[in-house]
Design a protein around this ligand. Structure first.
Ligand code: C5P
Length: 220
């Protein structure tokens, strides 16, 4: 229907940071606010979709009318995404920690004679690549994000191929852009056909424009 171009569709969105435990009281994370991912979930719901939002810890309220699943670690996020499938569209806006601590200490690490602890890391699963490379049950449209500080479009093109997704939303997060935590975003939409650069606009406006684009793509 007009105005509800995603009616009858299921959209899965990831948002926010992940949190990787060091010990029972400490963790490693990043500055993702979840604003862009949550805005996409809201815009998809407004376009008529059934939306599952899988989010790491954020200071934002759960969007109204969206099934929101709260997770902490990257591994939890992957499990929640797998549980939410099948979907028509999947948008991976979360800033997933690339690494987790190899062995989470069972008790709080203590200061003392041994000096500071050394942490060793192992790679987290890549949620976007895992879903984009599925041979059975792959969503019709898989969208990734790229937070880059340099060669934004070239890096996004490489990422599109490496991850196996259909579209990359590349944003420039170099210092001064205020993308992390801010309300504004300037993005480049990169796909196999080329690049489109959108004017700097609010994250809500980016979300609405992205959802219209996805609705047009999924319909054709
Ligand atoms: O490789 P990079 O982290 O720059 O890729 C960013 C894109 O991949 C984002 O869409 C992000 O949500 C997704 N991603 C993921 N799982 C990871 C790392 C990144 O889904 N472990």
């Amino acid at each position: 229907a007009v105005g509800r171009p995603l009616a009858g569709r299921h959209v899965v969105v990831t948002s926010g940071p992940t949190r990787e435990a060091i010990d029972p009281v400490r963790y490693i994370s990043n500055h993702s606010s979840g604003k862009q991912g949550h805005a996409i979930a809201r815009a998809a719901a407004a376009a008529g979709a059934r939306v599952t939002l899988v989010t790491g810890p954020v200071a934002l309220a759960d969007p109204v009318g969206v099934a929101t699943v709260h997770v902490e670690s990257a591994r939890d996020m992957l499990a929640a995404v797998e549980a939410a499938l099948p979907a028509d569209v999947a948008v991976f806006a979360a800033a997933v920690a690339d690494w987790r601590v190899a062995e989470i200490a069972g008790g709080k690490l203590k200061k003392g004679a041994g000096g500071p602890p050394s942490l060793s890391f192992v790679e987290n699963p890549d949620i976007l690549a895992t879903v984009a490379k599925k041979t059975a049950g792959r969503p019709g449209l898989v969208v990734g994000f790229a937070a880059e500080t340099e060669a934004v479009v070239d890096n996004a093109r490489a990422k599109l191929a490496r991850k196996g997704c259909d579209l990359i939303v590349a944003n420039d997060v170099s210092s001064g852009t205020d993308t992390f935590g801010g309300d504004m975003n300037r993005v480049h939409i990169v796909d196999a056909a080329g690049v489109e650069t959108w004017e700097r606009q609010s994250k809500d406006a980016v979300a609405e424009a992205l959802v219209s684009l996805l609705a047009r793509r999924i319909a054709s």
